[in-house]
Design a binder for this molecule. Sequence first.
Ligand SMILES: NC(=O)C1=CN([C@@H]2O[C@H](COP(=O)(O)OP(=O)(O)OC[C@H]3O[C@@H](n4cnc5c(N)ncnc54)[C@H](O)[C@@H]3O)[C@@H](O)[C@H]2O)C=CC1
Ligand SMILES: O=C(O)C(=O)[C@H](O)COP(=O)(O)O
Length: 374
Amino acid sequence: MLTIIADSNIAHLHDYFNEQTLNHPIQVISMAGRDITADALQQYQPDVLLIRSVTQIDAKLLDTNQSVKFIGSATIGTDHVNEGYVSLRGMRFANAAGCSKHSVAQYVMSAILQLRPEYWASNTSQSDKPVKLGIIGLGNIGSTLARYALDLGWEVLGYDPFQSASVINNASVDKVLAQSDVISLHVPLTLTGHSELPTYHMIDADALAKMPSTTMLINTSRGAVVSEADLLADLNQNPERQVVLDVFENEPTVSAELLDKLTIATPHIAGYTLEGKLRGTQMIFDAFVRSYGEKGADILSIKQTDLMADLLPANPYHWSQLKQLPEKLPQFYDIKADDRQLRDSVNEQAGAVLGTDFDALRKNYTLRREWLFD
Ligand SMILES: NC(=O)C1=CN([C@@H]2O[C@H](COP(=O)(O)OP(=O)(O)OC[C@H]3O[C@@H](n4cnc5c(N)ncnc54)[C@H](O)[C@@H]3O)[C@@H](O)[C@H]2O)C=CC1
Ligand SMILES: O=C(O)C(=O)[C@H](O)COP(=O)(O)O
């Protein structure tokens, strides 16, 4: 019997991980990601952990455990996982790189075009001053976002010191900060000692001072990439600055003082489309199958399966159609509705959105559809 502990927010968990798909006796225990603790591991002795971003994988969770062999995170980000520790313990780890890259890029485009609809027409062929979109981090999401921007004829100013120079990786960080109309952050959260150029607080008072107050800032990466204290000070000085946050430094708690000053704020749902979440599950399922396959039939005999196509209903959302009819944007994605829900969740007494309410918004989120980029 194979025992799996899984975050109950993993989309279609039981469609993927069951005795038919795995051709093996299993028990799947699903629980809130924050409840996957050392005590839970002690109680169930799982072979496999399937998590999302809210479960910290570290010595505190695993030091006393000897049963876990595979950990799969159905997320792009891995800052919640101490990969060095996992590897030292001989456990295998997989994430879902790129799973929601279009979803996040579409969230960013929705935010920009909702706030500045005139940008639909502001392209290199129709204007001598096209929109300049600054992108920091040009991996899966940043480079996908660049494709949407270039498709609208915008200019991309991109900065990623770990990628080769290219048509989109074409600027210094200072140039991105000083010359962009909009800056969107797509870096992993990295800390001093773990990266040559850590991203923790990369947007601080110095960086904000380099950005004209007309520059919009969008953060969908991780909250701590932006210093919230410095952002608050900047917004007090430049109340006209438009700031869009999907992630927060003290997540799942969000300060009402900051929320009041943001133009759009959403509860970490930029990647929450049906496709984005399902792809995340498919990717960790595939990694699990590969991982156990390598260990040979003595552990499991697993049938390969690709359920995603079967589980997805027909998709009526085409980027090419939206470009023809920009007024349909709220039907494609009504970002303001997500913003309202977060603001309605403020607990006035606490002066904040409480963690439990933030988590509930995410758990009960109606997954959007990812537009077809054709
Ligand atoms: N809000 C949401 O719902 C979601 C948020 N995310 C976040 O977005 C992040 C980025 O995702 P991907 O693009 O798929 O990751 P990725 O790993 O494909 O790309 C990240 C890029 O950032 C670059 N980078 C690293 N340090 C940098 C620095 N100091 N300055 C500039 N660039 C730097 C890397 O070279 C890499 O090319 C994830 O790590 C995750 O934290 C991901 C999915 C959904
Ligand atoms: O993939 C990532 O990285 C993300 O930020 C996820 O979309 C976050 O979703 P949860 O794992 O917190 O459900």
